[in-house]
Write a protein that binds this ligand. Structure first.
Ligand code: UDP
Length: 345
């Protein structure tokens, strides 16, 4: 059974390709490598023993996307990860974000309809909830006005998908709203690979610990939370990847309750920044150099998931602990830097 994974050489995409292949799916990756590297296809093959078919092009190109779908008209579904994802950059370059994230989605939906590919899993985010009025946040919580163009692309994308499904009854979609994915595959052959200075907490921690950054800035300790830092629901990327396989099977096996479904992907537990640092120090034995500085603009105070609907409906549950997340992130950082040194990457 053939599945297209867009953005399949990216962080979450690559972990999902591995899980799909290990569950017997044939995977085709499309990625323009704007934020990833071609060797990740080989790393996936090293883990699973199967090299996924890979095509490098930009899904924002309508003609190339249409041509791809004509050549792969036996696809059973699409998992669409390919998108820009840096909140700060989206504030600086909003049109770049709207064009890339929305045009690629429209091209994919158009080609799915034209070629009878019925099933889409869409990579969404808990950012659509903003600062929720009630915690934990369930899928029924209202969508808040987006804090950034990036967040807005996720909200608009969900609307584009729903309108398209309304007009074309052959199509189905599941939007998966991710909380904070961290960690890496046990093999340490794939993991998070930010270009330049990381924006996210865990790659910043591991790059500081390995000596690439002098210290970590902790953005604010005056929030109304137990340790004063913002609270997030960190989820192991492999748990997250496995949820995509479950969602694809649900669609293919005709078990959806409506043509559009939404699921939260989180653990249901929130942790402050200092708790993540403590976990990292405990599992790595490395003392982290960090400084508490002012708040980062746009950060919400606290958000964690109510995953009960996903647990019940998907029969999926995040299993891995915070210590397993930070340990795997550290193992990956060390392995990647050692390999890069050997090969002068
Ligand atoms: N954070 C931090 N220092 C950093 C990066 C992040 O203190 O260098 C904090 C950030 O303020 C937030 C948490 O770590 O409370 C998670 O941030 P991240 O960017 O990883 O994910 P977000 O929840 O913003 O999508």
């Amino acid at each position: 059974m053939k599945i297209l994974v867009t953005g399949g050489t990216g962080y979450i995409g690559s972990h999902t390709v591995v899980e799909l292949q290990q569950q017997g799916f044939e995977v085709v990756i499309v990625d323009n490598l704007s934020n990833s590297q071609a060797w990740i296809v080989d790393a996936i093959a090293q883990i699973t023993g199967i090299k996924p078919h890979f095509e490098q092009f930009d899904l924002a190109d309508r003609a190339l996307t249409a041509d791809f779908f004509r050549r792969h008209n036996d696809l059973k579904g699409v998992i669409h990860f390919a998108a820009y994802k840096a909140v700060g950059e989206s504030v600086e370059k909003p049109l770049m974000y709207y064009r890339n994230n929305l045009v690629s989605l429209m091209n994919i939906l158009e080609s799915m309809a034209a070629n009878g590919v019925p099933n889409l899993v869409f990579s969404s985010s808990c950012t659509v909830y903003g600062q929720p009025d009630e915690l934990p946040v369930s899928e029924k919580a209202p969508i808040k006005k987006a804090e950034s163009p990036y967040g807005n692309t996720k909200q608009i994308s969900e609307e584009i998908i729903q309108d398209t499904l309304h007009a074309d009854k052959r199509l189905n979609a599941i939007a998966l709203r991710y909380f904070n994915p961290i960690g890496a595959h046990d093999s340490a052959l794939i993991g998070e690979l930010p270009l330049g200075v990381p924006n996210n907490l865990v790659p910043y921690i591991t790059q500081t610990a390995i000596g690439l950054r002098p210290h970590l800035n902790v953005f604010g300790s005056d929030y109304n939370t137990p340790d004063g830092t913002p609270i997030r629901d960190y989820i192991h990327v492999v748990d997250l990847a496995q949820a995509h396989v479950v969602a694809v099977k649900r669609m293919i096996e005709g078990r959806m309750k409506a043509s559009f479904e939404v699921f939260n992907l989180g653990t249901g537990t929130g942790n402050g920044v200092l708790e993540v640092i403590n976990s990292f120090e405990r599992v790595s034995g490395v003392k982290l150099n960090y400084k508490i500085v002012g708040r980062r603009a746009g950060d919400v105070e606290k958000v964690w998931a109510d995953p009960s609907w996903s647990n019940q409906e998907l029969g999926w549950k995040a299993k891995r602990s915070l210590d397993e997340m930070t340990a795997s992130a550290w193992k990956w950082e060390q392995a990647y830097r050692a390999r890069a040194k050997e090969t002068n990457q």
